[in-house]
Design a protein around this ligand. Structure first.
Ligand SMILES: Cc1cc2nc3c(=O)[nH]c(=O)nc-3n(C[C@H](O)[C@H](O)[C@H](O)COP(=O)(O)O)c2cc1C
Length: 326
């Protein structure tokens, strides 16, 4: 399995903690890394470049201190997610900070990764890119990415429509590099299934929303715990790009989901230019993937990872694993 050198001997599970707009901050990322799962946050979750730099310094220092205090533990590297879409006004400044701090791992999404790849490779970091189609997988490989994140049907955030069975198999016909599989993976059994399909990592977002460290209101966490896949709506109406949203949060914003107008293929991502006086995707209309049905409690990220590890080991039938035992 082509796991990048950066992760060797530092992970306790083949899992990446996926970046989530508004929800992922230093607390969640550090809790994931300390438990042996690389945590990634979107750069724009820090309200300004100045705050982003503070976060980077804090995460670097705290993880370094934790590594020194626990030399035998699997402490994972962290990552930053850059939304490389032309409508992201923070892109140049945030990329410059990632380079300045030599952030080991970058995830690029919603746009073209070539410039970020050049900048990150120059200091020895690695870049994984989010793709929802085989065509975009080819383009990302041409741009020189180190890994592909295959975002399938049922994923939280901006999701694809492909089945993971079809997507991984097609991409494996032309790409032998690292693959992270995303979409409704909420259990250790599903993590093992992602490996069996041919992926190297499972990429989990929604599973970490109902954690004490996620920066979302408690009512959002409770909505995840109290609902299931049938309560998720796939629509492009809120952000211009199709994504999965919790139906009860749409109703709570006074919107009748039946009246939503699809707006696929819009040139601008509305997350950087929301319309005035409209409920905002992510802040008011809450995103989650199909995997919510088996999330029954709000717990700490480290407890979630401990559970996932037990489930993964059971599903692996006791086979020896290359991952660190904490
Ligand atoms: C609330 C929420 C916000 C998200 N925001 C981002 C984001 O800012 N950047 C990004 O690349 N992906 C974002 N995603 C997608 C995740 O990184 C990941 O692809 C997805 O959560 C995986 O599917 P799962 O939620 O079913 O585990 C978001 C997902 C959720 C649930």
């Amino acid at each position: 399995m082509p796991i990048p050198e950066l992760f060797h001997g530092r992970l306790t599970l083949p899992v990446i903690g996926a970046p989530m707009f508004l929800a992922s901050g230093p607390e969640l990322v550090m809790a994931q890394c300390k438990a042996g799962v690389p945590g990634v946050f979107p750069s724009v979750n820090a309200r300004s470049p100045g705050m982003l730099e503070e976060w980077l310094v804090r995460i670097e220092r705290e993880l370094e201190a934790f590594r020194a205090a626990h030399p035998d533990a699997g402490v994972a590297p962290f990552g930053v997610n850059l939304i490389v879409h032309s409508t992201n006004p923070r892109l140049p400044e945030d990329l410059a900070l990632v380079v300045k701090h030599r952030v080991p791992f970058m995830v690029t999404s919603v746009g073209k990764p070539a410039e970020a790849v050049r900048a990150v490779h120059a200091y020895g970091g690695i870049v994984f890119h989010d793709v929802t189609t085989v065509k975009y997988a080819h383009k990302a490989i041409e741009a020189g990415v180190d890994g592909l994140i295959l975002v399938c049907a049922g994923a939280g955030g901006h999701a694809g429509t492909l089945s993971p069975f079809a997507f991984v198999a097609e991409v494996r016909e032309f790409w032998s590099g690292p693959i992270a599989l995303a979409g409704a993976i909420s259990s250790g059994r599903a993590i093992r299934a992602a490996e069996v399909l041919g992926a190297d990592f499972a990429y989990l977002g929604t599973r970490f929303l109902a954690t004490t460290e996620a920066h979302v209101p408690d009512s959002y966490k409770r909505m995840i715990v109290d609902h299931a896949a049938a309560d998720i709506l796939y629509t492009s109406a809120f952000s211009g790009v199709p994504g999965n949203y919790l139906r009860p949060s749409i109703a709570a914003s006074g919107i009748d989901a039946e009246t939503l107008v699809e707006t696929p293929g819009k040139p601008a991502l509305k997350m950087f230019a929301p319309e005035a006086n409209q409920p905002k995707a992510w802040k008011d209309i809450w995103s989650a993937g199909h995997g919510i049905g088996t999330i029954h409690e709000i717990r700490s990220a480290s407890e979630v990872i401990t559970d996932l590890r037990k489930e993964y080991q059971e599903a692996s039938g006791g086979q020896p694993s290359e991952f660190i035992q904490p």
